[in-house]
Design a protein around this ligand. Sequence first.
Ligand code: CTP
Length: 450
Amino acid sequence: MKKVITYGSFDLFHEGHYRLLQRAKALGDYLIVGVTTESYDESRGKQNVVDPIMERIEHVKQTGFVDEVIIEDHVGQKIEDIQRYGIDIFTVGSDWTGVFDYLKAYCQVVYLERTKGISSTMLREKNYGIVRMGVIGTGRIAHRFIPEARYVSGSNVESVYHPKLEKARAYAEKFELNHCYDDLDGFLDSVDAVYIASPHETHGEYIKKALLQKKHVLCEKPMFLAKEEAESLFSLAKQEGCVLMEGIKTAYCPGFVQLLGIVRSGVIGEVRDVEACFTKLEKPDSRELNDPIYGGSFTELASYPLLAVVKILGKECRDIRFEVFRNEKGIDVYTKAYLRYENSLATVKVGLGVKSEGQLLVSGTRGYILAEAPWWKTRTFETRFEDNSLNEKYFSKYLGDGLRYELSNFVSTINGTNKKSGRLPGEESIWIAERMERFLNEEKRQWNRK
Ligand code: CTP
């Protein structure tokens, strides 16, 4: 009996898939199809797969060509499968020509001609349209956004807004965008959704204007510095039927999501302590170290560690206390926040003028998790125990600058196809905003900060 194997995502099952499976079956007597898991697709840079895996498997089975379906979830699996199932022929579409030649050491490799004019990517775009995106602000993070956005299908960045037209124009030229604006209404008219990367204190105003024109909003962190503003704009988003999401990229990246899953599984017991640190040295003349109202390490960096705290310990924080080192202008260059919960503690440590180890440590009654620096781009972490033979290391991909994860989540939420909703719910952004407000108020009270 001649055994054939092929692999794919088979998302939004289409004629190209059908014809591929038909010809694959005709190559032998027994056809095995490996269907990719969502996390494997994500790790190889394929964002926005729409159909859940069980549906994709069902569609593959319904063709009647397939004798056995298996799951593909890691790199290197193809060789394992070929050996395990005694495969004679590996086949795949001609878009992969050459890529799988290394399998010739194990079996015959056949590239079947791809059916022209159809793909899952095309169907996703046809079914859900393209979300036309615009960028507000042209600073450092905005420069990272466009190269990342190119990895997310279903969206296209078309325009940029900056109150100074020359800045908007320079950005549009650099990234080959169609339009640049210094007129906010004109800009908002030209897009379906905006990515806000302007200074912190301008977020609220831009968010409000965008929502009132029924535009979806993805906003850089910290999205808000006050609870009331956060609450009122989340309720405005609901009222206008728009998506409003905070761009704390860690919340959406696969490694951090896996870490949270392990914490929740109880492997390390009851969590009693979370310690999260993020430091980033800035030049003395930087905006972060000179803006007397909104500058400083807490507003600039604490979104990440606060995210870890609220994700792991929840919102029922009883108390928060700060210890601060300030520069000669009264701006915090190193801050520790101590949070107290009913049964646990947390420490948030941030610095623009002090460098420390950027790790996340989650301590429980049975063991602990250590996520190495930079934990906010979670790639590796370890569960550790008294009996260290039980320690286990976890590895995850974190592609590029990581903004692609939040953007793909944003786009699929707009399209109503998000299978990973709840990665950063509004209440958690509101909770973070409240801690920022507490910090700023205390600084005002004690140090006459403006
Ligand atoms: N395939 C094909 N003809 C097409 C589309 C896909 O023969 N028009 C083949 C691929 O070459 C692969 C299999 O079908 O062997 C599964 O492909 P998959 O990547 O799931 O489908 P695509 O439509 O290419 O998906 P995407 O657009 O998301 O890359």
